[in-house]
Design a binder for this molecule. Sequence first.
Ligand code: UD1
Length: 443
Amino acid sequence: MTQSPDASLLTASPWWRPDPGTSLVIQGGCRLTGAYPISGAKNAVLPLMVSALVTPHLVTLHNVPSSLDVAVLANLLQRLGCVLNWSSGRGGLSLTVCADHVHPARIDRDLVVRMRASVLLLGAVLARCGEACLPLPGGDAIGSRGIDFHIAGLRAMGAEIEAGGGMIQARAPNGLHGAEIAFPHVSVGATENLMLAAVLAEGTTTIRNAAREPEIADLAQCLIAMGAAIEGLDTHVLTIHGNRPLTGAVHAVMPDRIELGTMACAAAVTGGELLLENGRRHLLGAAETLLLKAGVALEDVADGVIARRPSGRLNGIMVETQPYPGFATDLQAPVMAMLAVARGRSVITETIFEQRFRHVEELRKMGADITVDGRVASITGVDQLRGARVTATDVRAAAALVLAGLAAEGETVLDGLDHLDRGYDRMAEKLEACGAHIVRSIV
Ligand code: UD1
């Protein structure tokens, strides 16, 4: 008998609490104060979990966020033959992965379509097993999100790849070899996929125009702890000397810079003050300067970042999303929710994903004055948003609508919570502890 999707997630991640059919009910207008712990980064933990596939020795990750994407990937790893062991302590969830026997199992479409990062399995499984077969990945509905760079890079390393009928079949019967790879434009996922494959390839791989998001360096550091030789961390040229003997590793997942920026906006939009525990301002890249310009005060302290709005209304700003250290596309939606109540006009240009404005329609239902022309959104700040029933269409849109609900007058009901749960570790509970009136409920 096949297990239901939720039952199979529970097998791999006993901490996962399936909560189908619920909505988030937010009573707006509460000032947020207190300490909000920033969890391990969603975009770091996923490639880190996959990195366990490149070594037969134990890999332990600390500071693992309890999110749906983590549960889905844990289940995928289990299906590939990994043995997982979870524990929880003061530092949150820890995961130990034993991948001494990996088999290139055919992976179910129902899991892969839930999460685009599942494509990261391709490079690691192919390099480890000599073959891999994966349904085309899913994830957020925010544009075309091709995987052509991943495929071209693996082909340059000697893989034979066929993509068709919704499947990718990859083979490298004689193993992968090092290659010179140059991306036409920066891709976080392709950089990670090829780095994972290159660690097991024979010879040296150079990745030019590599992404330099902090999550890439976090992955590289874990691989280096296993014995991999990787140069060029935090630059656009990564050099990986492959086929070194690898051991296990113990690694703490970096703090989530997207949650950090999002909660700085939440503090500001509610006129509150939050200690964003474990955060550091520099992780925000260009968003730090832009938030300051908008009137959000940010201060590094010993145990995190204090975010607040010193006085009066926030100011409109001009924002353009760019690869790191530019303004993160993942902060675009939450920052837009904040700018919806700022003084004057703001302009946001989305350069990374072509359909990443689906939250605009929902924000409009709450009274926001936003128009979209192609990749450019113009926002005229209103005095007050009002509560409404809205639906999340992707992970970051979900966070934006939570922020709008916190700022609004009256009650907001947010549907589509799978999106929120995919990317955030207990966001509602953590906000409630800071004074928000926010509950999950069947409405
Ligand atoms: C990652 C993040 C996501 C973030 C994004 C950009 C994870 C799990 N997800 O997604 O939260 O919004 O980086 O910072 O880390 N592209 C191609 N061909 C490819 C690969 C990408 O055309 O083979 C395009 C995409 O369509 C997109 C752009 O490149 O327009 C950037 O995508 P990419 O950096 O790969 O994003 P992800 O790794 O999917």
